[in-house]
Design a protein around this ligand. Structure first.
Ligand code: SF4
Ligand code: SF4
Length: 376
């Protein structure tokens, strides 16, 4: 049997709460019956990205509130979470500024691997990654709700639920390991690599240093230095350099396969069909939410997809994006889409399907799905 993917179109037919996107999200979660997934008194992590300073095109808190309210209705105890980014304490402050806090959501918002980011459990991944560290608040949970703001990404073109879990349910620097050996670094870079710097192209503008979350780069007149011990291999400096002076000899196929591998390691800690995925194709950014800015959306809002099959929900999301036209006045303006290509692949030039195909090959789900359109 094909897995079901519920689809709430962002077009609204009437000025009526029932018809609104929020109203139909509420109704769909009732229809799915969350008691099939979550039990009374069970602690349920609601995994999401909590934003970054300078951004604004993120998942709006009122969607999160609807989801946590529905989980509470079955008697379970949801908490909103992500693994450590930046300094975990500062990350919580950022989350609160975006409207993700106990006051607005009515549930705790916590860092999954603790306020120092060191609380995680070792788990086996695959050939590319070896071992990863999974934040304890994810590892010890029996079920999970995954809320994903779908957007673009420079290294994989598409960033959906697979990437949300792969990067966000892995600790960046577990206790006793160096930053570079943390799970995220292993996905972005290969082994002990670090970015290469081309002195002929560098104009010492320091944009890379200003965007480095680790303060690992020092730029002064005619001086460029990277502190190898501090660098966690996120690749942000490479992305933001306007002169192309920084590069990583990364294989983008490897990056996407490693995302699928990490997602499998995380999902292996749950029983089958105990994780539910909601993909929000709204305010679709050309770049990841971890950048220090938001841009004009590159396609119109499409809607919300829900499934308990990660491969099906990702494939359906990509197919819906494939049907969307590049928006004028955005980074996608004027892009000619080849047949079968989506706007995110056209922007970043990497085949967005790769991670979804890899996830299917690893047994995480099926690409074939049944789309259930939610009317009122
Ligand atoms: S952003 Fe690029 S050009 Fe600017 S200092 Fe860094 S490496 Fe040099
Ligand atoms: S990859 Fe670049 S931006 Fe990321 S931590 Fe290392 S030096 Fe900083």
């Amino acid at each position: 049997m094909k897995p079901k993917v519920y689809f709430i179109d962002s077009r609204v037919e009437r000025f009526d709460y029932k018809f609104s996107v929020i109203g139909r999200l509420e109704k769909t979660l009732e229809k799915i019956d969350l008691s099939n997934y979550f039990s009374k008194d069970e602690l349920v992590p609601v995994k999401m990205h909590l934003g970054n300073p300078g951004g604004h095109g993120v998942l709006r808190p009122n969607f999160v509130k609807v989801v946590v309210e529905q989980i509470k209705k079955v008697g379970a105890k949801p908490f909103v979470t992500d693994s450590a980014r930046l300094n975990p304490y500062q990350y919580l402050e950022v989350a609160s500024d975006f409207g993700y806090n106990q006051l607005t959501l009515g549930v705790p918002v916590i860092i999954a691997d603790g306020i120092f980011g060191l609380d995680s459990v070792k788990a086996k991944a695959g050939e590319l990654l070896g071992e990863l560290q999974i934040p304890s608040a994810i590892y010890d949970a029996k079920t999970m709700m995954v809320l994903t703001h779908v957007k673009g990404h420079i290294d994989s073109s598409y960033a959906g639920a697979i990437k949300n879990i792969a990067m966000g349910c892995v600790s960046p620097r577990p206790r006793g390991l160096d930053w570079k050996d943390g799970g995220r670094g292993k996905m972005h870079f290969q082994l002990d690599e670090i970015m290469t710097w081309n002195s002929d192209l560098c104009n010492f503008c320091a944009i890379c240093a200003n965007n480095c979350p680790q303060d690992a780069i020092r730029v002064e007149e005619n001086l460029f230095e990277v502190d190898d011990a501090k660098c966690w291999r996120c690749g942000r400096c490479v992305r933001v350099c306007p002169e192309g002076a920084l590069s990583v000899p990364i294989s983008y196929d490897r990056f996407q396969v490693s995302l699928a591998e990490a997602a499998k390691a995380v999902l292996s800690t749950f029983k089958p069909k105990k994780v539910l995925y909601i993909n929000f194709i709204l305010d679709v950014q050309p770049e990841c939410d971890c950048m220090l800015m938001s841009d004009t959306p590159v396609i119109q809002d499409q809607g919300i997809l829900i499934s308990d099959d990660i491969v099906a929900v990702e494939h359906a999301s990509l197919e819906i994006i494939r049907g969307a036209k590049p928006l004028p006045q955005s980074r996608a303006e004027g892009l000619e889409l080849k047949k079968g290509t989506d706007v995110l692949t056209a922007i970043h030039g990497k085949d967005a399907k790769k991670q979804i195909e890899a996830a299917e090959e690893l047994g995480l789900g099926k690409r074939e799905y049944e789309l259930v359109r939610i009317k009122v």
